[in-house]
Design a protein around this ligand. Structure first.
Ligand code: SIN
Ligand code: FE2
Length: 216
């Protein structure tokens, strides 16, 4: 882990640590993700009601995973929707980042893993399916750089674009926890971290750590 990592403060509750994970830490986390994805494969999530596929593929680690499907919509579930098995555990390195950066009195329960390939993106949304809205969301980026967009608590609030590169760690806390955000696109060829596993020309993996239930 890079000791020179600097926290960059930009707006209420939004924090970015560029390059917090050095190359060796990125490789170790990538390997931990792919090892778990053999047990809990990336699958195609679907929008509530329409059943339209999202362009990212997803899996989860931890006791709870965020899922969406046509019939039952957005929610957290303890089992993978296709294997019906519990999600694998959250990689230790990710838990350690949560402890070090978040200052929250309980561990995360969900680690959503988004896989962006080709033209995959994510529309503006608020993470609002958690009871524990007092807990930050911690995001770890691996692979190609994302053009991330973040605005305010209203969809009509002005937004700005932030580049998230491999090894960057970002926190949404306070006001930013309720802010609209999304991913406009991935910049292909900006990282050599993810050359394999059926990825055409790299791609990006994002892990978000979330506390779902209120701690007792
Ligand atoms: C998300 O909002 O769940 C993912 C954001 C990202 O991929 O950086
Ligand atoms: Fe989100």
């Amino acid at each position: 882990m890079a000791s020179r990592a600097q926290a960059e403060s930009a707006g209420q509750g939004f924090r970015l640590w560029p390059g917090l994970l050095d190359r060796a830490a990125q490789e170790a986390l990538r390997d931990a993700v792919f090892a778990r994805a053999r047990q809990a494969p990336f699958y195609i999530p679907r929008m509530p009601k329409s059943g339209a596929p999202l362009s990212v593929r997803m899996t989860n680690f931890g006791p709870l995973g965020w899922v969406t499907d046509k019939e039952r919509g957005y929610r957290y579930e303890p089992m993978h929707p296709e294997t019906n098995r519990p999600w694998p555990d959250i990689p230790e390195a990710a838990l350690a980042l949560w402890e070090r950066l978040c200052g929250y009195p309980a561990p995360p329960e969900a680690c959503l893993v988004n896989l962006y390939e080709g033209t995959a993106k994510m529309g503006l949304h608020v993470d609002s399916d958690e009871e524990a809205w007092d807990a930050p969301v911690l995001s770890i980026s691996l692979g190609d750089t994302a053009l991330f967009r973040i605005g305010g608590v209203l969809r009509s609030d002005p937004t700005r674009s932030v580049r998230l590169a491999s090894g960057d760690v970002m926190m949404l806390a306070g006001d930013a926890r309720r802010a609209f955000h999304g991913v406009d696109r991935i910049l292909p060829g900006t990282s050599s971290l993810l050359p394999q596993i059926g990825m055409r020309g790299g791609g990006r993996i994002n892990l978000t750590l979330r506390r779902v239930t209120l701690p007792a």
